[in-house]
Design a protein. Structure first.
Length: 299
């Protein structure tokens, strides 16, 4: 794997700063150089790393791929160093590590709010808000909020997530904090939560999510790339980031679908996580550069 080295000394300093208490984290976040959320071409390329907090460590067949925090931080350092990468999405533990390592200057920092719907749990769809809250993000200088909202019409746990998401949207709008909603229509198949990726289901999820909260002034969407994406984007006026999925056995076809969707009205960029941080060939920089060129066409 290629990456700029994070020295053992830097990791030792990170551990020492954490042991000394909260002031180091607060100072690192307060001292980072911030940027406007959108600038230049107005598009965003965000690398996502909020998976471990939901118990989702697997990448492909490797069930423990994201278990080594030092390796994950190295991969994130590589991604954040590449041209065209605008920011990172993570839970507080990830964001605090990156801040202490000095890797967040001039980056859009997106805070992940609800990670309580642990992968495989009986309560997975009662996705409690166990991460960032709006007040903390505002005080810490976090630039953007992100939520996950899976709707299963046969699971009563969904309504708690809807209510909590509506409250977060209202609070974010009052604080002028952009908030990204990632909605899915979901169901359990043989005990496993499965998202419906048909265009009709995605459109339905958008309608439900867009109406949450007392104001939509700060609301963005984070949507999967699916067939009939033109029709999907006709269902909302909200600014939208695409969710980059697993390239699977045909990465070229996946990249082509991203490129086509990025050209649609209302699409403002791309968020991708494990696909780029743990590519099959191990070339993190190469995978990130390919996606960055799709988002920022002038690179």
């Amino acid at each position: 794997m290629n990456q700029p080295a994070i020295t053992e000394e830097a990791f030792a300093q990170l551990r020492e700063a954490r042991a000394k208490g909260a002031e180091g984290v607060r100072s690192a976040l307060a001292g980072r150089r911030r940027r406007a959320v959108t600038q230049g071409d107005g598009r965003l390329f965000i690398v996502a790393a909020d998976h471990p907090a939901r118990g989702a460590l697997a990448v492909g067949s490797n069930q423990q791929a994201m278990a080594n925090r030092y390796e994950l931080l190295e991969r994130l350092a590589t991604a954040l160093s590449r041209p065209g990468v605008d920011g990172v999405l993570g839970t507080p533990d990830i964001i605090d590590d990156l801040a202490l390592l000095g890797l967040l200057d001039d980056k859009v920092v997106v805070g992940s709010m609800n990670r309580g719907g642990l992968r495989g749990a009986s309560f997975e769809l009662d996705d409690r808000y166990t991460g960032y809250d709006v007040d903390t993000m505002v005080s810490a200088g976090i630039d953007f909020a992100k939520t996950l909202m899976r709707v299963d019409l046969n699971d009563a746990g969904t309504v708690s997530t809807l209510e909590a998401t509506a409250r977060a949207v209202t609070e974010a709008a009052a604080a002028d904090l952009p908030i990204m909603l990632e909605p899915f229509m979901s169901s359990r198949v043989h005990g496993k939560v499965v998202n419906d990726l048909s265009a009709d289901a995605v459109i339905l999820s958008i309608g439900i999510a867009a109406g949450l909260g007392a104001s939509s002034a700060s609301t963005w969407m984070k949507l999967p790339v699916v067939e009939e994406m033109e029709r999907v984007m006709e269902s909302t006026t909200l600014p939208t980031l695409l969710l980059g999925g697993d390239p699977g056995t045909d990465p070229d076809a996946t990249y082509a679908s991203w490129e086509a969707a990025l050209a649609l009205p209302g699409v403002r960029g791309l968020t991708v996580g494990r696909t780029l941080l743990y590519p099959a060939d191990g070339d993190v920089a190469g995978a990130v550069d390919t996606a960055a060129r799709l988002v920022h066409r002038g690179l």
